[in-house]
Design a protein around this ligand. Structure first.
Ligand code: TRP
Length: 334
């Protein structure tokens, strides 16, 4: 028997807004096969979510919706630990400890804190400030080796590494120092109306994003209205032709074709052709996902059981790390 330890992957998503094709092509899709090589933990970060005011019913609805969508997209609960952050109390417990290993100055430099406090100027709460410390706790509790994150979370991951190294320097090797897992190039999908900014799951403009639960006719309409430019010449140039380039990236991710091959194939054809094919591919991807989603959503007992089992497996691992932390700090064992 091999005693080889499989490395751990962990990622989290905020149960707010609605999951988009960008979430799927940029993240979810790449997670599906990871369980062959890694122990995989994916959580809904409902503790993070309340750093911005949430509506009670909407939050609960979103958690169920996101979980069902993860499963519908092919994330198998038997192969991946799927759970809700608030079900595992060790997250908040470790976050407290790590707060004392994090400097105010470090948190002050976080660009997400600056952005969010500008956006929510009436509620700059302490949780918003210490948000990255809770994220560090999420990651370090599971001794994660690799953390799939988008660009916007790299700074938080860097801080996580600094906190882990600082703690280890004082107390010995308690934490695994995690590495980012960067999605493949071209996997970053931009907004349809503002192709210079990432497609957002909580943006205000309905037409900017393709949501995983959009019906086919909505997908088709949104793609047809996507911003392009006036030369009607297919070409990949993110700076000069951000809209067309985004459509090409999406099609490449959806079809597996390389971008240069797509540019060749569409040469001399108008944007309408490109849009038509993008819409078709998106609908073909989403139709079975939506069918499966509605089946899973109609089985609340099943979802509850997935969460219960996920929380149990997660808490088992989290408890081991927290015990080591308490021991390192000199806390009296229970
Ligand atoms: N902060 C991340 C985001 O907004 C979500 C998150 C919370 C996360 N904890 C995490 C991501 C742990 C990766 C690992 O996208």
């Amino acid at each position: 028997m091999s005693s080889e330890k499989r490395p751990t992957v962990l990622s989290g998503i905020q149960p707010s807004g609605r999951l988009t094709i960008g979430n799927y092509l940029g993240a979810l899709k790449h997670w599906l096969g990871l369980h062959d090589r890694f122990d995989c933990y994916y959580m809904l970060v409902d503790l993070h979510a309340i750093t911005v005011r949430q509506d009670r019913d909407a939050l609960r609805e979103r958690c169920h919706e996101f979980l069902a969508l993860y499963i519908a997209c092919g994330l198998d609960p038997a192969q991946n630990v799927l759970f809700v952050q608030s079900h595992v109390p060790q997250h908040a417990e470790l976050a407290w400890v790590l707060n004392t290993y994090t400097q105010m100055g470090e948190l002050n430099r976080m660009t997400q804190f600056k952005d969010k406090s500008a956006k929510h100027a009436d509620n700059i709460n302490a949780g918003l400030f210490t948000y990255p410390v809770l994220m560090a706790a999420d990651i370090l509790l599971y001794q994660a080796d690799r953390v799939p994150v988008g660009d916007d979370q790299k700074q938080h991951l860097e801080l996580t590494r600094d906190i882990a190294q600082r703690f280890n320097k004082v107390h010995g090797p308690v934490f695994t120092v995690p590495e980012p897992m960067i999605p493949p190039v071209g996997a970053r999908i931009m907004g349809l109306q503002t192709p210079t900014a990432k497609m957002s799951k909580s943006g205000d403009a309905e037409t900017d994003a393709l949501y995983l639960l959009d019906p086919p006719e909505v997908v088709t309409r949104k793609v047809k209205r996507a911003v392009t430019d006036t030369d009607n010449a297919i070409g990949f140039d993110v700076a000069a032709k951000p809209g067309v380039s985004n459509l090409l990236s999406m099609l490449a991710a959806l079809s597996g074709e390389a971008i240069p091959a797509l540019v060749d194939r569409f040469e001399g054809k108008g944007y309408g052709h490109l849009k038509g094919e993008v819409a078709e591919r998106v609908v073909a991807l989403l139709t079975p996902i939506q069918t499966r989603y509605h089946e899973v959503r109609a089985a609340p007992d099943y979802l509850q059981q997935v969460l219960r089992e996920g929380a149990q497996r997660a808490a088992g691992k989290a408890a081991i790390t927290l015990d080591r932390v308490h021991d390192a700090l000199g806390y009296i064992p229970r």
